[in-house]
Design a protein around this ligand. Structure first.
Ligand SMILES: [Fe+2]
Length: 274
């Protein structure tokens, strides 16, 4: 069966809202399911995800592939993710351009990579393998970061573009992450947007950050900030009114407040071309 189309501005599915969503079936264009929380076969959580997907178009979004790592992929993780995908029929599966594990140690942060040709080769091979395992093209997201490697000689946008072209994958541009990293590393976020191949971009993320004075922290705990709305408008003008998702992971608001934030993104779609 063909997945339902993903159109407009959706929200991330959070446990706090599932009962309300299933009871009231509010009009939500689409939902992003955090795949790693729903991987256990037969669990209450997975049953919820399957039920939600009966009523709404969904995508699967994860943090567990560790595409930049050097250890072999976790077979069980991919088997479970594929099984979940077979049941909820997501329009696409996304994960991040980062690494999260090394030598048995697992980070709960999405760690950036050194931006070099050698890393491009490595990550491209990993994305291709992940795509083969899941039997679909992946959508890869840019992460926010607070440090850079001395070894990096490419810009993040050069690295991201090269990976997408060579792995033949799509991109999820997190506009908040671009803004946060641009502030932290003192680069021009508009140059970043202008350098990404238009046809590779499939989706946007929007989220809130915290201003720590010396740096911006990607907290996903508050409304989208005004500068990010401004950058989002430029992204819409360059890439078109692509599906957009509000990410809110801490201080999770009511479903109504979350939907109101998604509505602001819908308004931006309308006004970007006015
Ligand atoms: Fe994101």
């Amino acid at each position: 069966m063909t997945p339902n189309p993903i159109l407009g501005c959706g929200i991330g599915l959070r446990f706090q809202h599932i009962d309300q969503i299933l009871a009231d079936k509010p009009p939500i264009p689409w939902l992003e399911i955090l795949s790693d929380n729903y991987l256990t076969p037969g669990s209450v959580q997975q049953d919820y995800a399957i039920e939600v997907a009966e009523y709404y178009p969904v995508t699967l979004h994860g943090v567990g592939m560790s595409l930049g790592a050097t250890e072999p992929f976790n077979d069980e993780y991919f088997q479970r993710l594929k099984s979940l995908a077979d049941q909820v029929r997501p329009a696409w599966i996304s994960d991040h351009l980062c690494w999260t594990a090394a030598h048995g140690w697992v980070s709960h942060d999405l760690l950036p990579l050194p931006y070099t040709e050698e890393t491009i080769k490595h990550v491209v091979q990993r994305i291709r393998e992940a795509q083969d395992r899941l039997e679909r093209r992946l959508v890869i997201e840019n992460v926010s970061s607070y440090l850079q490697y001395q070894e990096s000689y490419l810009s993040e946008w050069e690295f991201l573009s090269a990976v997408a072209e060579e792995a033949d994958c799509k991109l999820l541009l997190d506009v908040n992450n671009i803004y946060v990293s641009a502030f932290n590393h003192d680069f021009d976020p508009c140059k970043y947007l202008d350098s990404i191949p238009i046809e590779r971009v499939q989706q946007f993320h929007l989220a809130g950050y915290e201003d720590k004075g010396t740096h911006l922290l990607d907290t996903h705990g508050q409304p989208v900030s005004d500068p990010v709305w401004g950058l989002y408008k430029l992204a819409l003008q360059r890439f078109g009114a692509l599906p957009t998702l509000i990410e809110w992971d801490n201080n999770i608001p009511s479903l109504e407040e979350l939907l109101a934030e998604a509505h602001k993104a819908t308004e931006a779609h309308i006004h970007a071309f006015a």
